[in-house]
Design a protein around this ligand. Structure first.
Ligand code: CO
Length: 433
């Protein structure tokens, strides 16, 4: 079945991407395979008409684009935006410490994960290491430990009698450190960690200068449901949208459409996007402007290009879970396998407005894809996306959309098999429009 094959590719992509740095590396490989050329922000850009390029900022945000032949000022940029990061746990700088006769790993909470879902899972960690190579230059290496190294065992119910009535509450400072090893008296915690790193990175201890590590679940993605019509994995929010966007970009008809199509995938969405590589930073404005300059547009024509542009801000949406009916706005329930969700919020937590919404509906109809409309309960604060920030910065008309999923920000999220192709098909129509 074609739809299932596409989702299997998504699961393989996620399982190869245990951190935002890995996600960008995985996407970079797909772009190189499709004859895209890497541009450096420190070099001068010479863009060929119809050329395929990508730019990476600080290893975990990536913008890929085709410099389409159609006149940019009149045709604008067609942008798909999403984010590469997911909420979870990050390893603290002094990683290991002794607790009785055990070695534990200190963690910091990144964004807003459902912490209870991190208990009793096969955890490991992955990220990037900065080191000094023999020439004296500082380089960066991706590292993933792959086998389960860490665990957050639950407290037995005999010591937490009210857990089923009151829910699992974890004190962030004291109850989140992950169990790593038995420890002997003589062992120095820092030395154990350094040895772990040096053997995995094939570097000497003196070479390693710094690192950033994300905790992840080694369990692979899988299908479930009576007809295997659902799937589950970590990081569906928002690597599912990155995967769909990248596949739309790499579609032959899109590559040859003559449009200047752009995929912009940012780190740091889950912590507010305010960083040099976040959606609230200068990355997207810088790249769009440099595309215009390299194509010899003057300032007015660049502004005209922005005014003629459109952005799909793609992030996941909340599917109806019938066990919790009161959590949802009664008239705006959305379901998995019923097509892309258009997210609407009068207070501009989502960037959609009626015209951008109408345009998205048109692309769905052209692609023969169903669509749904979502509004949050009026009495619960609504989440946000990269959409409002990026469109406010650039003045680009934007719609916020995404596929319905269950358990957003759990370490094991679920979604519907049909929706992934629905989203991809709609994105293709948008890029070709
Ligand atoms: Co998200």
């Amino acid at each position: 079945m074609k739809d299932k094959q596409l989702v299997q590719e998504l699961l393989d992509f996620i399982d190869a991407s245990p951190s935002p740095w890995h996600a960008v590396a995985t996407m970079e490989q797909a772009l190189l395979d499709a004859a895209f050329e890497r541009l450096s922000e420190t070099a001068q850009w010479q863009l060929e008409s119809g050329g395929r390029y990508y730019v990476v900022r600080d290893d975990s945000s990536i913008i890929a684009f085709v410099a389409g032949q159609k006149p940019l000022a009149e045709n604008g940029y067609k942008i798909i935006g999403a984010h590469t990061d997911s909420p979870g746990l990050r390893i603290k700088p002094h990683a290991l410490f002794k607790a009785g006769e055990l070695l534990c790993m200190g963690v910091e909470v990144y964004g807003g994960p459902i912490l209870a879902t991190f208990t009793d899972r096969d955890l490991s960690f992955a990220g990037r290491v900065s080191y000094r190579c023999l020439t004296g230059k500082i380089k960066t290496k991706l590292v993933s430990f792959e086998q389960p190294l860490l665990r957050l065992p639950n407290l037995a119910i005999h010591m937490n009698r009210k857990v089923n009535e009151e829910g699992l509450k974890l004190d962030k400072q004291n109850e989140l450190p992950l169990l790593f090893a038995l420890s002997s008296k003589e062992q120095l915690a820092d030395k154990v960690f350094t040895e772990l790193l040096t053997s995995q990175c094939e570097l000497d201890a003196e070479q390693i200068l710094s690192w950033e590590f994300n905790v992840y679940d080694v369990q692979k993605g899988s299908f479930w449901g009576a007809n295997q019509e659902f799937y589950t994995d970590s990081q569906l929010d928002n690597l599912a949208s990155c995967h769909a966007g990248l596949n739309a970009l790499l579609d032959d008809a899109v590559l040859n459409s003559g449009n200047t199509v752009v995929c912009a995938f940012f780190d740091h969405e889950e912590v507010g996007s305010e960083s040099s590589k976040g959606a609230d930073g200068s990355f997207l404005p810088d790249v769009l402007e440099r595309i215009a300059l390299a194509r010899t547009l003057n300032t007015e024509d660049y502004k005209r290009a922005l005014a003629n542009s459109f952005m799909l801000s793609v992030d996941m949406a909340h599917a109806y879970q019938p066990n919790f009916p009161t959590a949802y706005e009664v008239e705006h329930k959305v379901y998995v396998n019923k097509g892309p969700v258009i997210k609407l919020n009068a207070n501009q937590r989502y960037s959609s407005e009626s015209l951008s919404e109408a345009m998205f509906i048109t692309w769905c109809q052209q692609a023969d894809v169903p669509y749904q409309k979502y509004a949050h309960r009026t009495d619960i604060p609504c989440g946000s996306t990269i959409g409002p920030m990026a469109s406010a910065k650039l003045g680009i008309r934007t719609v916020d959309v995404g596929n319905a999923m269950w358990a957003m920000h759990s370490i094991r999220e679920s979604a519907g098999v049909l929706d992934h192709r629905y989203m991809l098909d709609t994105m293709r129509y948008f890029f070709k429009s």
